[in-house]
Design a binder for this molecule. Sequence first.
Ligand SMILES: *[C@@H]1O[C@H](CO)[C@@H](O)[C@H](O)[C@H]1NC(C)=O
Length: 270
Amino acid sequence: MAQFESLIWTIPVILVLVSIGSCNACGRAEYRIGDECCPMCSPGNHVHKHCTEFTSTSCVPCVDSTFLDEPNGLIKCKVCTNCDPGLGLKVKQPCRPSSDTVCGTLEGFYCLDPTKDGCRAAQRHSSCKPGQYISHTGTTSTDSVCSDCTGDTYSNGSFTACQPYTQCKSLGLQELRPGTHLSNSECGPQSSRIESGIIIGVVVASVLIAPAIIIIIIIIIIRRRKIIRRRAFIILRRIKSPTTVTFSPGTVNAVEASSDLEETPSNVVQ
Ligand SMILES: *[C@@H]1O[C@H](CO)[C@@H](O)[C@H](O)[C@H]1NC(C)=O
């Protein structure tokens, strides 16, 4: 009976001893090094010298872009994260001895791999195609959304709303090219009425007036010829019937000079 009682007492004692041995015997703010439990260094510091029987842990701050964000027994600090612009990242919160760098997304990027208060990798917002507009501008966490233009509007892909075509006629301009969903209409200067009047006038003149002038000139030439001939006949007649007319000496000379001309019978009888 006494043997049994002693056994009952022994089991819990063994269990307690086993549990102490398997658990880290050090306290929550301590770390184990060899057989010793040493006090941890506070965040932002690392162990310079472990504690001994007689001295506490010796800690020194993290330097040169290194950090430790928890109480620790480490002899080296961790290297701060680099926010790589190649991954669409920029520094949101610089590195401190007690906290790592926090990266944010660059302008025009959205986060693909978010962390508690930052981002590990980002991607550029999609660009919309010509004929589409940005119906939802991208944010730091969402991509942009594109929609098609409809009606008499256009967008080159970078607009946040499709723009109506320029109304050339209402601006007093001529439409050189109609608008499409991809591009605006193209206007040019309207040829003014005075200008077009002059152009029409010149065309009418060259088509109608020029031949008229040529005809008039021909008529004038023909008439002149007739008049010259008539004069010649009158003079010849006077030569044939000298009794009716008296001549001045100058006229006689002129007629004599021109009388070499052959006189065909038909001409003379006139
Ligand atoms: C679209 O047009 C705007 C203003 O006219 C211009 O600044 C932009 O560069 C154009 N974008 C493309 C993709 O052509």
